[in-house]
Design a protein around this ligand. Sequence first.
Ligand code: SF4
Length: 453
Amino acid sequence: MEVVRSHRKPAEADDVVPTLPLYLSAPALQVRLEDFELYAVDRLRVLKEISDGLSRGKKSDEMEKLVRELWKLHMSHPHASEVVNKDIISHFVLRLVYCRTEELRKWFLSMETSLFRYRFRSETHEAQRALMAEFHLPYKTVTSAEFENVKDKLSQVARSTGQSLSSGDGIFYKVPFEEVPELVAGRRVYIQKGQAYVAMNQVVSLVVTQFRFLLSKALVLTNRKWTTMIREQEKDRLTPLVESLSSSYLGPDYSQPREFTEISLKDIDQVAKSSFPLCMRHLFEKLREDHHLKHGGRMQLGLFLKGVGLKLDDALAFWKAEFSRKFGVERFDKEYAYSIRHNYGKEGKRTDYTPYSCQKIISSMPGVGDHHGCPYRHFSEEKLRAALGRMGVGSRALEDVMEKVRNKHYQLACTLTFEAVHGTSYDAGINHPNQYFSDSKKTLESRNNANTA
Ligand code: SF4
C-alpha cells in the first residue's frame, strides 16, 4: 500500500474486491495521506463502539444490529466504488497502529475479530460460502444423497436445540469433531465417524477462528516490519500519525465551555464535589491540601478547568491563591503564571490547548508524587474504594465499578460511578472528563428545574 501526498487517483475496476474482505494481503492501492488518517479514524470509531457494546454485555443479535448500524454510519463513502477500498485501507492502517505493543495487538485482534464475526453473520449464505472458499477451509460439503441419509438425525439435533431444519440449512459441512468443541459440548451437532455435521448457520465459528489465527500472525509480522524498517523510514510522515492514532480521542475537543458550563471561583469547591469526575476531583483536593501540583497535574486540571469555563483571570487567581501559600506570590508570578497563560493560548506559540480526553489520561504514566492520571487505572484497589465511598457510591454499585476496573474497562467504571452518583442511567459512556462535567451539570440542573416546577 503506497501513501501519496495529494491528487486523487480515480478508483479503477481492478482495485475493487468483494465485500467483507479477508485482508490476506495489503492492496496495491495509492492512498492520499488525508484518507490514510480519515479512514483509520472512521474504522476506529466502529471498533471502539464494538468494544463498548461487548463490555456492556450486549447479546449476539444486538451486536449484529449494532455493527450493521455502525458500519453504515462510519464506513460508507460518497463514491460506491471507494467503499471496499476504505474498508481495506482502514484495516491495514490500523494494523500498523495496533501492531506496536502486546496490549494494542490484543485489543485490535479482539475487536477486528468481533467485527468480522458480525459482518459475516449478516452476509447471505452464498456470500458466506464464497468466503469459506476464499479461506480454503478444507471441509467438504455434505452431498444431497448423504444429506437424505442423515436428514432425520439432523432434524433431531435441530429440534433438541429448539430449531427446525429450514431450507437455508440445506448445506452442511463435515468437520472433524475436535475442531468444533463448543458445538460438540453444547450437543448442537450430529456426529458420525468422527465428523461433525456443521450447518451453514453454525460455520461462523470455523471462519472466525481462521480469521483470528491469520490476523494474529499478521500482526506479529507487521510489528517486525514496523520496528526494523517502517518506523525509521517514515519518521517524518507516517510515524507521528501512526503513533498518535492509537490514543486518539474521537469526540468533541471541549476546548470551549459547553451549555450549562461556566464556573466562577466562588462556587468552584461546591461544583468540584458535585460534578467533577474522580480524576479531577482528586487533583482539586490535592491542590487544596498541598497548595501545589506537579506539571502533569497542573496540565490535566488546568486544561479541564479552562474547558469547563473558568476564565483566564479567574484561573490565575485560583492557582495563585494556592501556590502562593507554599511558594509566595513572587515565585508564583515568576515561575507558574506563564504556563497558565500558555494553556489559554496567551503565550508561546499561542496555541489554544484542548483539555485531555480519558484515553490520554488513562495512558499517562504518573510517577512518584504525581497526582494526575485516571484513578480507575492508577489507584490501588483500597485507595479507589475509599475515594468512591467519599463520592457517595453505595456498596452494590461499588462492586460493579470494581469489576469493570478489574477487567480494565476504566471508562465504563467511570460511567457506572456517574450513574451511581447521579441516580440515573447514562448510556453515552464517559469518554472525556469535560463530558462528565457538562452532563453532570445538565442532569443536576434539570432535576432542580423539575423540583421547583
Ligand atoms: Fe477521568 Fe476519564 Fe478516568 Fe473518568 S475515566 S476518572 S473522566 S480519566
